[in-house]
Design a protein around this ligand. Sequence first.
Ligand SMILES: C=C(O[C@@H]1C=C(C(=O)O)C=C[C@H]1O)C(=O)O
Length: 396
Amino acid sequence: MTSTSPAPHTPRAAATDPVRLLRSWAPGRGSWLSGPRGSLLTRGTLTRPSSADPDAVVRCLREVDAGRPAGAEPALAVGALPFDPDAPAHLVVPERVERAAPLGTVLVAEPTGAPVSGVLRSVPAPERYEAMVAEALARMASDGLAKVVLARGLEVVADAPVDAVRMVRELAHRDPRSHLFAVDLPGDTPRTLLGASPELLVSREGADVVANPIAGSAARSPEPAEDRRRAEALLASVKDQHEHALVVADVAERLAPLVDGLEVPDAPSLVATPTLWHLSTELRGRVADPDVSALHLARALHPTPAVCGVPRAAAHTAITEIEPFDRGFYTGTVGWTDAQGDGEWVMALRCGEVEGDRVRLWAGAGIVPASRPADELAETAVKLRTLLDALGLDEA
Ligand SMILES: C=C(O[C@@H]1C=C(C(=O)O)C=C[C@H]1O)C(=O)O
């Protein structure tokens, strides 16, 4: 790690207005994260951990802390881990951190300014995605693959540089209760990963650990009775319950050695985004060893079958062979971890990457033997709406 002067002390539970924090974010200056437990704005780069290995990150944070006055807030590392656990992660120890209450408690005004106009390209074409699902189903019949999550992407070439600030405010306006994020990515030109995810990978606060896998989805309806019917059909769906149970079993198995008193609900509950119903299970426990940080937990769980599959290695191979693009940070995890081990990591879903006049966005769906290609394509189209709506684009 490189080191510079110690960061100024920021009070842990600053009574900052969460909307002011959101309004202070701009690409190239730091990261903004917001979820049901609070929001966080970071600025500048004090140092970068030498690797994203959790032990190295915690060591780096403790070194930063050692140079700070007693009672200062613990140093933290913020950033993103890619889908591929072997690909380079992006973590920085920021110069300054500001915290605020959850954004979900306040109304975020609809941003002004023109939405994006430009050209959209599907990667791959929608029919090709259906063929990809069919290929996954064929592999399942022959090689013991129980679940694989297949994604597709959209590439937007806009008529002018894309306003990432407007997109983030639009996401916050539409779904302030989701896990919102805007994180600068490394590269020669400024790149921002931004999104509104429904899924918490894992959080640690003191000894308390929460993981909240989500899998199994149904499009919502603007008509209340139909909306309710779809939610109940999802809860009763044998296919979706199976798809969900595979994820919960994997998360529980990987958490078990790290967590005491793991509580795993017997059945999932429903959660809603503005566009989708999902099956959700909240697992809770307490870290067995205080040195197991939120980042250790995230590394142990990622990539869960909510974004990869079962068995993990076979699903990862199938994804690499079938998907015609590199996922990068999509279906990776975004968050922070501090010197005491607290932190929160959310799944990089319903997200896009903004770079100049380009935006890349992705959505995927869990494929199990009972999946049908046309239904999975439709599900990805609904998932893509989150970012398309933030862009003000109509297609897909
Ligand atoms: C892969 C995505 O979402 C994941 C897959 C889901 C599913 O298959 O039902 C639901 C939530 C997420 O865990 C995505 O949004 O792109």
